[in-house]
Design a protein around this ligand. Structure first.
Ligand code: ADP
Ligand code: MG
Length: 593
């Protein structure tokens, strides 16, 4: 076929496809227009998941009567004038495409009136053609009604989901904007039922409650890297704001979700998706969350518009930062600092009940005398939980060094758990998780001092690997040799192991090394920030005693002693708990004493 220029209706529909994928995309574009128009109240009404009708009514600036028709022309916008404006875009819209695209695939009417005009304009567009325009009485602001979306595009229509699902997408879009614009009151009504409303109070926290509920909002911490009023005052008001201001809310470590969709970012109040920023947040929670769990966060970034390019994605949901490293570390450190400074350490509401445990004081003084640790202040901050046994996720894990009290080993159950008692009750310790934690801290500190204890094998061990594991090994080679291994290539997919970390001197070293490579292959451990940490965690997982292993009393005592001395004794390196606590009160309550 010869090359031909497409007729405008066809070209228009193709272009519309980029912007209008489903009813929620229409809602998004109309909301952006209302926000750009300075509205303080935006009401969205939908029918049949938006397929039948979408109406967005706002209290914004309105469109002057003589410009309404132009608003539907492709590339007609009031938000840009020349190419330089593209470098510092401060509005949500700027391409002048949305109304034209929506009108190309539906039937649109607009009723609009700027405050200063007495009569409004009514305009009707059918499949891209203006079919009616007349003056009409109208409230100040703009009402856009979109009906029969995709009626002329059966292919698109087929891809729409159940009305309920499409309504869900629309709900998501509206709550996203509501979070970014707390000063605007947003309302969503679906088939005459109100599904969402924000107050327009100007407080982000109020919107957080409206969107996620009070239970969730209460488990969040306010994030801000802006200079506080006081600090700004102290330096004579001259403290300059950071180049990337970060504010919003992030969940306490006790609140987490199965995936990252609850991490929401805005750049200059535009919702964006950015997996690298999500990773920055994940890193800030390093070791604070159970493995595979993700925080909930609403983070707003304010940055000089000249430092971001918002014109890189058809629906503008991705942006490009001029200095992505600056933004990444601003996000990471703001969240991390919030967690470290503000995460509540469990407060002892009333003094915990204790019971007389044998040998208690003697053991305490022996340890204090011999090692100088753990000291009394650490003992005070122990693992007491008023609400019952420690369960992953139901209470904030305190951040910082919260150590274990001194424990007396009672015995082993199920060849898996160690039963111990402390002054405030009974403790159940997962022997594998606990040993992993002990080995991990030991190896990490040795690694930091570049002194990982290593053991040379009597005979070098040849490893013939399959290509995948060989690839894994060659990728890790440098790290392996930094953490106590001595491994060298031996041609093809073969390697020679001359030494291993001392903790890995187990009967079958070959199987251990292969297990470690397998562990690394399976897991992108989201909590482990760096490759060495992942490697060390894998080595410790393999080297730790297993469940199902009978332990002698002395072995258990030694393990518990070492766990007491850990910096973060209460979770394994992968974030699972090592210890459950049953308080004296709880036991008494359970037994009805
Ligand atoms: P863009 O938002 O990129 O400028 P649109 O096609 O979405 O392009 O809108 C075209 C123009 O119509 C806008 O630039 C604006 O001037 C006007 N407009 C659209 N919606 C509204 C509204 N709700 N209130 C006021 N003006 C509007
Ligand atoms: Mg627009």
């Amino acid at each position: 076929m010869p090359i031909r220029v497409l007729p405008p209706e066809v070209a228009g529909k193709i272009a519309a496809g980029e912007v209008v994928e489903r009813p929620a995309s229409v809602v998004k574009e109309l909301l952006e227009n209302s926000i750009d128009a300075g509205a303080d109240d935006i009401r969205v009404e939908i029918r049949e998941g938006g397929r039948r009708l979408i109406r967005v009514a706002d209290t914004g600036s309105g469109i002057p009567g003589d410009e309404v028709a132009l608003a539907f022309a492709r590339h007609a916008t009031s938000k840009l004038t020349d190419v330089q404006d593209l470098d510092r875009i401060a509005t949500l819209g700027f391409r002048g495409e949305a109304l034209a695209s929506i009108a190309a695939v539906s039937q649109v009417t607009v009723l609009t009136r700027p405050q200063a005009q007495t009569i409004g304009q009514y305009l009707r567009v059918d499949a891209g053609q203006i079919t009616l325009q007349e003056g009409r009485g109208s409230p100040a602001g703009t009402i856009v009604t979109v009906e029969h979306l995709f009626r002329t595009m059966p292919a698109r229509l087929k891809f729409l989901k159940q009305p309920q699902t499409e309504t869900g997408h629309i709900h998501t879009v509206i709550t996203r904007y509501a979070l970014a614009y707390p000063e605007i009151r947003f309302t969503l009504t679906a088939d005459d039922r109100q599904l969402f409303q924000s107050s327009g109070s100007g407080k982000l926290y109020d919107v957080l409650i409206a969107v996620y509920g009070l239970d969730v909002a209460e488990k969040t911490l306010e994030v801000s890297n802006q200079p506080t009023g006081e600090a700004a005052g102290e330096t004579g008001g001259e403290s300059t704001p950071p180049p990337c201001q970060v504010y919003g809310y992030t969940s306490m470590p006790s609140l987490h979700r199965a995936n990252r969709t609850y991490i929401t970012f805005y750049v200059n109040r535009r919702w964006i998706q950015d997996s690298s920023l999500a990773h920055a947040v994940a890193q800030a929670y390093h070791t604070l969350l159970p493995v595979g769990r993700h925080p909930l966060a609403v983070l707003l970034l304010d940055i000089d518009p000249a430092e971001v390019d918002v014109n890189v994605h058809p629906t503008k949901r991705e942006v490009k930062f001029r200095s992505s490293q600056t933004v990444f570390s601003a996000v990471q450190s703001a969240v991390r600092r919030t967690l470290v400074e503000r995460s509540p350490v469990p407060v002892l509401a009333h003094s915990p009940r204790t019971w007389p445990a044998p040998d208690w004081e003697r053991r305490q003084s022996l340890i204090a005398a011999g090692r100088g640790e753990p000291d009394a202040s650490q003992l005070a901050m122990e693992l007491y939980r008023p609400g019952g046994p420690f369960q992953p996720g139901d209470e904030p894990l305190p951040v910082g060094p919260v150590r274990l009290p001194l424990l007396r080993v009672v015995g082993q159950v199920g060849q898996t758990y160690i039963v111990a008692e402390g002054p405030q009750g009974m403790y159940l310790i997962d022997q594998h998780a606990a040993h992993e934690r002990v080995l991990y801290e030991q190896m990490m500190s040795e690694h930091q001092q570049h002194a990982v204890a290593s053991q040379t094998l009597l005979e070098p061990l040849p490893l013939d690997l399959d290509p995948i594991l060989a690839g894994q090994l060659s990728e890790q080679l440098a790290f392996l040799n930094e953490v106590g291994f001595a491994v060298e290539p031996f041609g093809g997919t073969s390697y020679l192991v001359r030494a291993v970390p001392s903790i890995l001197v187990v009967p079958d070293v070959r199987a251990a090394v292969i297990d470690i490579l397998e562990l690394l292959r399976q897991g992108d451990d989201p909590l482990a920030a760096r490759a060495e940490e992942r490697l060390i965690a894998a080595v410790c997982k393999r080297a730790a005693i297993k469940a199902g292993q009978t332990l002698a009393t002395e072995e258990m005592q030694q393990l518990v002693r070492r766990l007491e001395q850990c910096e973060s004794p209460r979770t394994c390196p992968h974030g699972r708990p090592t210890v459950l606590h049953f308080s004296v009160e709880q036991l008494e309550r359970e037994f009805g004493r």
